[in-house]
Design a protein around this ligand. Sequence first.
Ligand SMILES: C[S@@+](CC[C@H](N)C(=O)[O-])C[C@H]1O[C@@H](n2cnc3c(N)ncnc32)[C@H](O)[C@@H]1O
Length: 382
Amino acid sequence: MTQKAKKKTLSLKRTAIRIEPKQFSVAELVRELNSFNVNNYWDLGKFLVEKVMPTARKQGMFEDQVLKMISSHPGVKFPFSMLKQCQQYFTYYPDVKKRPLPEVFYFDLATKVDESKRRDEYEKMAVDYRWTISDLRKKIHDDYMARRIDERTKYGFDLRERNVWTYETPDPRFGKSNYKGRIPGQIVANVLYYYTKPGDYVVDPFAGSGTLGDIIDTLPYFQDRKYSMYDANPIDERITRNNVLLTGLPEQTGSVDYIFLDPPTEFTQKDTSAGFEVSIDASKADFTLKFKGIVRECARILKSGGRVSIVVEPAFAGTEFLDFPNETIQLFREAGFKQIGKVYLPRRSSESTGRAAQGLAEVKGLRVLSSDCRELLTFQKS
Ligand SMILES: C[S@@+](CC[C@H](N)C(=O)[O-])C[C@H]1O[C@@H](n2cnc3c(N)ncnc32)[C@H](O)[C@@H]1O
């Protein structure tokens, strides 16, 4: 190749890097992105919105997908969250340079306030009262805290809007703190919020430390619900002694609106400490036997349209996986229920740490996982 031709190829390559990327080459994008100053959020946002996103859309990629791909590339100096913030900043304030406040105000507004009406209100207050950036940040933070308190006082508990519920600290008002297997009360409160209505009659066949009763007795939001609690080993006078496996439930046919099932872990998790292998088929058969009876009893006592939620966890038995949530779904379907909900209940970090301390498990030279997430499944009787 002649010197001239070589030069031409090189300059074409350079141009290809500088102009709009037509095809995604992550390495090229990363080089381009890294040329931005870390403080120049607006320019970086403009580059992402005007250059990267149109190409991404043409290639059928979602915006977050592209940002994640770029930020996970080795050597890129911007984490995903920062790319996302820059993109938001430019999207909301393409005209930032013509606005009355310093740019940092708009960066904070774009990344901390979701509603455009509220962003405009904060901007107006900042101009009218000659706020510093600290004044703006304090006001946004105080308003956020006030909204959270409003929510809590409205319902009296920490309401969740999506289907992953983790509560690091169980609400001390509900259940007994030293009771093994007690479920965080916030989970039961959310369950009652989503799956019951005023006037409903609610039954808890595995009441344990009485978490469900505490919530209905304590929170005015649920005062219209009536309840009955049962347990094989009752620990307070509100709970009636009853072994659901032996005698079913002492409720009239078609009389209950909602059932909350939080069965003991022994119903699914097998104790393998004895050193012998638990037969998978035996575990499944045992599970089916127990739960078939419980499901049948739920179908009997629920009104038509009544609902039942169950907390259930899969198990890794040696190298096999026992998908108890799936088995549960089958049993309820066979009994004429339709599934109306699924929520993930990851274990609290203190519970997970305890399990991790046991060390990595190996069975017959194979590495095995253990479960760290329960599922809350809800069904409706037709
Ligand atoms: C996971 S705990 C329930 C915890 C409860 N939700 C709470 O927050 O305290 C399971 C409960 O089921 C009870 N139990 C075990 N086998 C039972 C059976 N066959 N019939 C009724 N209750 C049973 C246990 O005594 C235990 O209290």
